[in-house]
Design a protein around this ligand. Structure first.
Ligand code: SF4
Length: 235
């Protein structure tokens, strides 16, 4: 596998070459490759502390409990998600977990009553998720996501590494299926999100998340009843 001496944004051709290697290895090895090639702050793990998040958090904690982890605290999360975040922080001894919050002045102007998610969910996601993360990533090469191919049709062609504008997205779990995730959580006896047993298999903000029935796409409970399928972080 290619070894980099300085971690800068790779060119498209190099991403292809790296994907050819990384596609064949387990997610843990993708993270080890990343940790050995990039100083941690350059490519933080962005975690939603949702249904599957514990998998990557466990893997990253095994490599380095000081690895930077970012949580986008939109102000609209389930209280149980915030409790779960704190529980996992203590469980894994995550010493470098930071919560990113929306710009309060912008919230006052654009979402003074906290109801923008009803009238314009795209603008709400931009205000509460995309913009806060974008400002934090300005000086970084990229970030680690928890996306998987099986989740939606839109993600069918997801690769381990992908270029997105000026950033590199690292998707260590891209090749894993729902059974792989469940097996990993079970075999490592990891604490699950308390909403999962209630049918929430993909968990985002409380107003925009609903339980999923058997046979539905795992993300069908997000923005149910609308055409919206992504928050804007991954378009
Ligand atoms: S998921 Fe819903 S509440 Fe959360 S930022 Fe997007 S529109 Fe707003």
């Amino acid at each position: 596998m290619l070894k980099r001496t300085q971690f800068t944004l790779p060119a498209a051709q190099e991403v292809e070459a790296l994907n050819a290697s990384l596609d064949r290895v387990r997610p843990e090895l993708v993270l080890e490759w990343l940790a050995s090639n990039a100083t941690a702050g350059e490519v933080p793990l962005v975690s939603s502390f949702g249904a599957d998040s514990v998998v990557l958090l466990n893997m990253i904690a095994q490599i380095d409990a000081n690895y930077p982890v970012l949580f986008i605290d939109t102000g609209k999360h389930f209280a149980l998600t915030l409790e779960y975040r704190d529980e996992l922080k203590a469980h894994f001894g995550l010493n470098n977990l930071h919560s990113i919050t929306p710009d309060q002045a912008l919230l006052k102007v654009h979402d003074p009553h906290g109801a923008l998610w009803i009238t314009d969910p795209d603008a709400c996601c931009n205000l509460r998720k995309t913009a806060p993360l974008a400002s934090l990533l300005v000086s970084r090469v990229g970030w680690i996501t928890g996306r998987k191919r099986f989740q939606t049709e839109h993600r069918t062609h997801l690769r381990i590494l992908e270029l997105d504008g000026n950033h590199l997205k690292v998707n260590p779990l891209a090749n894993w299926g729902a059974a792989d995730i469940a097996d990993y959580i079970r075999s490592h006896s990891l604490p699950g999100h308390p909403l999962v047993p209630k049918g929430y298999v993909s968990i985002g903000c409380a107003p925009c998340t609903s339980p999923v029935s058997e046979g539905e796409d795992s993300r069908s409970g997000r923005w149910r009843g609308s055409d919206k399928t992504e928050c804007g972080l991954h378009i």
